[in-house]
Ligand binder design. Structure first.
Ligand code: SIN
Length: 281
């Protein structure tokens, strides 16, 4: 197995490995590369949902998928693999998030203990569009202006659980009209990585976020400035998918987003996530 760092800010490609055959030594090497680079790409993999779950489980306990417009966590809870897709079979969506753009976010940061890891496998991809970008929030914090860093350093951010990254209200939730009463969890705006000791910005997602203790207008203005900074291309790597790609990222350090794509084309992605830990400063 060889690890080739990406040329940009973040990420690496792992070559020479069939992940269905990874032994304990390989898993340890993948883990070390993942902690170092934040996001890893493995091309040319051939995975069933069970194979993805089995590979993922070598890195930790599987967290049940998030609720979406199509189902609550209880309804989806007994299946570890989450389908992200715009494909419909017999008029029924086979997965979540459709074909729309997904805004920058950290997976499931509205939980008290958000997943450490997300692992995404491309089963079928459209001819164009649907690219996924990953951005490094340690680098974003390092590059943050002093005044913005001071403004956010000791703050707690409330992370809304009502709405998906494509803006749909999850089944079992109400639309949010007041961010101060949104459901979800609160976390320090800066978090220390429990394994590397590095500190990153931890903002979750922009929509319905609130910096606790601030007037809503003040919080919105500060969040806008922070997100404008986080979205700078210099912190990011944009992945153009091929079927058979597997991408694994550190959810404590990275944010990600997805481009929209033509709804008449098909995209089927399978995702697992691993149980997390409570963020601390
Ligand atoms: C996600 O995990 O947020 C979805 C990313 C994608 O569909 O590429």
């Amino acid at each position: 197995m060889e690890v080739l760092p990406k040329q940009g800010a973040v990420g690496a490609e792992v070559i020479g490995i069939d992940v269905t055959k990874s032994d304990a030594q390989t898993v340890a090497a993948i883990r070390a590369a993942w902690l170092k680079h934040g996001v890893l790409l493995f091309r040319g993999q051939n995975l069933t949902p069970e194979g993805l779950a089995a590979f993922s489980a070598q890195f930790g306990e599987l967290e049940p998928p998030p609720a979406s417009e199509g189902g609550t966590r209880e309804e989806l809870g007994n299946q570890p693999v989450w389908y992200i897709s715009n494909v419909k079979e017999n008029g029924q969506a086979i997965g979540s998030l459709g074909n729309a753009e997904a805004e920058w976010h950290t997976d499931m940061s509205y939980l008290p203990e958000p997943p450490t890891t997300s692992i995404l496998f491309a089963q079928e991809v459209p001819p164009s569009g649907g690219n996924t970008s990953f951005a490094d929030m340690e680098a974003a914090l390092d590059a943050l202006d002093d005044d913005l860093r001071k403004a956010i350093a000791h703050r707690t951010v409330h992370h809304d659980s009502s709405t998906t990254s494509v803006g749909e209200t999850r089944r079992g939730h109400d639309a949010v009209f007041d961010v101060t009463t949104a459901p979800g969890a609160s976390h320090p705006a800066l978090r220390t990585h429990p394994e590397t000791g590095r500190v990153s910005l931890y903002l979750g997602r922009r929509r319905h976020a609130w910096i606790e203790g601030m007037a809503v207008g003040e919080s919105e203005a500060l969040l806008d400035r922070l997100w404008e900074h986080c979205a700078e291309p210099t912190f990011a790597w944009e992945h153009v998918w091929r079927a058979g790609d597997l991408v694994m990222w550190d959810n404590r350090r990275m944010i990600h987003r997805r481009d929209a794509f033509d709804p008449t084309t098909r995209r089927i992605m399978l995702r697992t996530q691993l149980c997390g830990d409570r963020p601390f400063k």
